[in-house]
Design a binder for this molecule. Structure first.
Ligand SMILES: C[S@@+](CC[C@H](N)C(=O)[O-])C[C@H]1O[C@@H](n2cnc3c(N)ncnc32)[C@H](O)[C@@H]1O
Length: 345
């Protein structure tokens, strides 16, 4: 077991933490949480857990092996760094850089550039044959100042945010204003903890954003939409990202044409940009949850995005689901989305 720490996206206070833990659980990585700081999670786990996070996460930025953590005080940081045998980490002739990032405005009296320089000097003292390379280093030592603490280690992986930008709704061949961002879609998929090969259903698939993200992490995917135009459109998007499906079907989610799936991730229509065909969102969600309870096995998960005012957590409980967690995402003045996660009882 190693000590690892992750720098999480600051775009939401709770989603990145839940996504990261869900990925570790989905991939069967045993871990123990050591500390939860603002935008940083410290855990004890096998270092290979990082591979799964790098492959799947939408809201984790940097994964590192922890070398030390201490209070965000200059003297404590120097003392802790001087005790690390950097000679074993930065090998002969290897190049490295030290990067320090401050979360929000924590411990502003600490100068990040001064810390980078001083830590670099300590590393060079211990590993005298290593050299500094600011542009293309072989190793990056990475520190974060957050919540009155300083966490420092060796960066093992970094996720690529531009990947999600490349799959933003407006860059897909078929666009619709109701489409969800690739990042939120991936995060919702992860919250249902699918393994590669699991069948993920989106019964309101629209342009296919959610299923494309599930397909990219190795899940089998299936989509329904009541509108033929949306099914044709999502098929175009699937082809573009080279995702194969188990089926894209014109169907009403209130009468599921399937027997069994492993996870459900979806964003039902709210009647603004996406049609509810004269029903209310509440009625659609209730009837769909009732159907989903029949096709999901015990302990299997559903993640739904609905308007906060609907109080979906209470609805799920009525239809055979245990409410696991909810995250609230502000969209605009008249819409805050509730991202709710349920488990089949
Ligand atoms: C909010 S959109 C989904 C957007 C999708 N997540 C995306 O990123 O493109 C909801 C979709 O549900 C579809 N829909 C509405 N009523 C439905 C029903 N009863 N069964 C299945 N699909 C329905 C709409 O045609 C619309 O495409």
């Amino acid at each position: 077991m190693a000590k690892l720490f992750f720098l999480l996206s600051g775009e939401h206070p709770t989603l990145p933490f839940s996504e990261l833990k869900a990925i570790l659980e989905a991939e069967g990585c045993t871990f123990r949480q050591l500390d939860k700081l603002d935008q940083v999670l410290r855990i004890e786990a096998k270092a290979k857990a990082i591979n799964s996070v790098k492959k799947r996460a939408a809201m984790t930025k940097i994964c590192s092996l922890e070398l030390f953590h201490c209070n965000a005080e200059f003297s404590e940081i120097m003392k802790a760094a001087n005790e690390i045998p950097f000679g074993k980490l930065a090998l002969k002739g290897e190049s490295f850089v030290v990067r320090v990032k401050r979360v929000k405005r924590y411990s502003e009296r600490l100068d990040t550039m001064l810390l980078e320089r001083k830590l670099g000097e300590i590393i060079l003292k211990e590993a005298s044959e290593a050299r500094v390379n600011l542009e293309t280093p072989q190793k990056t030592f990475f520190g974060v100042i957050t919540d009155g603490k300083f966490v420092f280690g060796l960066k093992l992986a970094e996720t690529v945010p531009s990947e999600f930008v490349r799959r933003s709704p407006s860059r897909k061949p078929f666009f619709h204003p109701s489409a969800m961002t690739a990042k939120l879609a991936r995060c919702m998929v992860n919250l249902t903890k699918p393994k590669a090969g699991d069948l993920v259903l989106d019964p309101f698939c629209g342009t296919g954003s959610i299923l494309i993200e599930a397909g990219l992490i190795g899940c089998r995917v299936m989509g329904l939409d009541v509108k033929r135009r949306m099914i044709h459109g999502s098929l175009r998007n699937f082809k573009f990202y080279k995702i194969t499906t188990e089926g894209l079907v014109v169907a009403d989610a209130r009468a599921l044409p399937i027997q069994t799936v492993e996870c459900v991730v979806t964003d039902p229509p709210y009647g603004r940009s996406a049609t509810t065909l004269g029903s209310t969102t509440r009625e659609i969600v209730e009837r769909t949850l009732d159907e989903l309870a029949e096709v999901l096995g015990e302990g299997r998960r559903v993640c739904l995005a609905t308007p906060k005012t609907m109080k979906v957590s209470e609805i799920g409980e009525k239809y055979g689901f245990r409410h696991i967690e909810s995250h609230f995402v502000y969209i605009h003045r008249s819409l805050t989305r509730e991202i709710a996660v349920f488990e089949r009882k």
